[in-house]
Design a protein around this ligand. Structure first.
Ligand code: ADP
Ligand code: ZN
Length: 605
């Protein structure tokens, strides 16, 4: 490294400490910042919460002139600008929410070099008037956020992004950094091609999210399980609950609200204003739980989402990972929690079989579902599975349910034989509910009508209860020994793979259903939550109340004042002077000056 680079590096670190209040770089940030600050082009692939913003914000401060940030997330621009202004950075925005006077004023400031970072919507950027203003300005760099929006095959495609290649043509000397959290190789290639980034250095970070604790529980009474989970681990905290259908979203949100959880619904069937209102409340207020379909997706930029819960099975590991990735962007411990049961498997299979897509589509979808079911049923580390899916190798993580409490497995060979033979003996025409009645020897009307109480399998399965048998059927389907037939209303049929099991030639090992627990596995939690002692918990509450007051007064979201993790660190370490305060992650020079005295007072009290 040259002497000059060392200087740049020292300066970058000192700005990181002073302006952002972070003690150190994370992952590849330092390398990326140095590369871009030195005038290089970059493509940055980093998971959500990895810390992409700093990769352009710091070079913007290190280089002369204004950095232009292109982002499709108009609803969030103001918050991003507010957050930077809190740090003393000269940030501004131009988008369709501004009136003509405000735009003109910002353009003047741009020409005069009074802006460090200018956020701009893509459709605005490519207008002749904006380009003319840029010609007159001194430009530090272009940052293209959510760069996967150039991909015509992705679900976030924005046609205006295709025009961004003109930046390179008009301003060849200005470095560009494109950023995305979308990991797959096709999207990466498309970004490089469409934005002319062939010469750019590509930085690929690990897609691991170590602070997220993955838990997948057997579905019993999903709502009640969800409520227990929220009360035990996340009372009063921000979360997202994903459901498959709009109706379930509405019902779940109303039910949670009735139980005292501050829950709001969000789905594409709601009137646009109501939807926007709920999103704005989620973004700005503290402690809202958003119950949503996957329509609630890109544009969620809340760093302090403490949990993402799934009441229904997503379609694929990609979907699951993207949705759960919205938890814990601030790096503090967060939960990804899902209930999953027999009905989910049956429902997803049905959706695939009944989809309009062609044969190829169905095959690909089935394979994706298979991989996800593998994740649900595994008795090994969830994270190892997840990362392997994205081509990364890892060892057992110690921060997922199976690592924290390894599930028991049991020799289910006999039970599997009974279940499969029950399917066979009843003519492969019945769903799991009826089959379980037969196995458990319940002479229901239906069972008697079909004469199934006279079968050899009737009453053969008394050793397992209803839930136990559901677990067996679910796993047999997930593992491919049986499949629901949707032409026949979900009747279970045997597959080729069931033969050796029926003949007693193959052993089957299944997961035992975990005992029902009120408290989810949470090893990391105690280390940070600040609620270790009642005194700390009380102090944390006071700090949050103070933060809420500041946020209201300044009309900014609470996290723009301080992140949860910063408040938690304050409550635990109780700094007693300004020097000790400034050592806390998230307290830079400007916030120290502005809030330091008040914080010290609160901490003393
Ligand atoms: P992304 O855009 O990649 O999802 P952000 O840039 O929003 O992520 O950063 C996620 C969170 O991590 C933010 O709360 C940010 O303050 C925090 N963060 C980023 N870099 C650092 C760092 N070097 N030290 C501590 N916190 C950081
Ligand atoms: Zn693990």
């Amino acid at each position: 490294m040259s002497a000059e680079n060392n200087v740049a590096s020292d300066e970058a670190l000192s700005l990181l400490n002073k302006v952002f209040g972070h003690p150190d770089f994370r992952g590849a940030q330092r390398e990326i910042v140095e590369h871009v600050a030195a005038g290089g082009d970059a493509l940055v692939l980093m998971p959500t919460g990895g810390g992409k913003s700093l990769c352009y914000q710091l070079p913007a401060l290190l280089r002369r002139g204004t950095a232009l940030v292109v982002s499709p997330l108009i609803a969030l621009m103001q918050d991003q600008v507010d957050a930077l202004r809190q740090l003393g950075v000269r940030a501004a925005l131009i988008n369709s929410t501004l009136d003509a006077d405000a735009v003109a004023a910002t353009e003047r400031a741009l020409r005069k070099g009074e802006i460090d970072l200018l956020y701009c919507a893509p459709e605005r950027l490519v207008m002749p008037r904006m380009l003319a203003a840029l010609e007159d300005a001194d430009l530090a760099l272009f940052a293209i956020d959510e760069a996967h929006c150039v991909s015509q095959w992705g679900h976030d495609f924005r046609p205006e992004y295709l025009q961004l290649s003109l930046l390179h043509e008009r301003f060849p000397q200005v470095p560009r950094i494109a950023l995305t959290a979308t990991a797959d190789p096709q999207t990466r290639a498309e970004i490089i091609r469409r934005l002319g980034l062939g010469e750019a250095r590509v930085f690929v970070s690990s897609f691991d999210r170590p602070n997220i604790l993955y838990t997948i529980v057997d579905k019993q009474d999903a709502r009640a399980q969800l409520l227990r989970f929220i009360r035990a681990a996340h009372a009063g905290e921000v979360g997202i609950v994903y459901c498959l259908s709009r109706r379930k979203v509405d019902e779940t949100a109303a039910w949670l609200a009735g139980q005292g959880v501050r829950a709001l619904p969000y789905h594409a069937g709601m009137p646009a204003e109501a939807r926007a209102e709920n999103q704005a409340r989620f973004q700005r207020e503290d402690g809202i739980v958003m119950v949503a379909t996957i329509a609630f997706g890109m544009g969620i930029d809340k760093p302090d989402v403490r949990f993402v819960a799934h009441l229904d099975l997503p379609k694929s590991i990609e979907g699951y990972y993207q949705e759960t990735g919205r938890a814990g962007r601030d790096g503090a411990p967060a939960d990804a929690w899902m209930t999953y049961g027999l009905g989910d498997v049956v429902q997803q299979r049905r959706m695939i079989e009944q989809s309009e897509g062609g044969e190829d589509y169905r095959r690909v979808s089935a394979a994706k579902l298979e991989a996800l079911l593998g994740l649900c049923e595994t008795a090994d580390c969830r994270r190892v599975r997840l990362l392997a899916y994205f081509g990364e190798q890892a060892g057992p993580c110690g921060n997922c349910d199976t690592c924290l409490e390894p599930p028991e497995t049991w020799d289910a060979t006999e039970a599997a034989r009974k279940a499969l033979s029950c399917i066979y003996r009843t003519g492969q025409r019945f769903g799991a509910g009826h089959l379980i009645d037969v196995l458990r020897g319940r002479a229901t009307e239906r069972v008697s009508n079909y004469g199934h109480d006279g079968l050899a399998v009737f009453g053969l399965g008394a050793e397992l209860d209803e839930a136990g048998w559901r677990g067996v059927f679910r796993q047999l389907i997930a593992l491919g020994y049986a499949r629901p037939d949707h032409e026949a209303f979900g009747a279970l049929r045997l597959t080729e793979a069931s033969r050796p099991v029926l003949k007693g030639e193959q052993r089957i090992e299944l997961r035992r259903a975990a005992p029902r627990k009120a408290k989810p596995a949470t090893r990391q939690r105690a280390a940070w939550a600040g609620a270790a002692s009642p005194a700390e918990a009380a102090l944390l509450e006071r700090l949050k109340a103070w933060r809420a007051g500041q946020a209201r007064e300044q009309s900014v979201p609470a996290y723009v004042i301080f992140h949860d993790s910063t408040l938690a660190a304050l409550a635990v370490t109780r700094p007693s002077d300004l020097g000790a305060l400034s050592a806390i992650d998230g307290i830079g020079a400007r916030k120290l000056e502005r809030y330091g005295p008040q914080l010290l007072e609160l901490l003393r009290g």
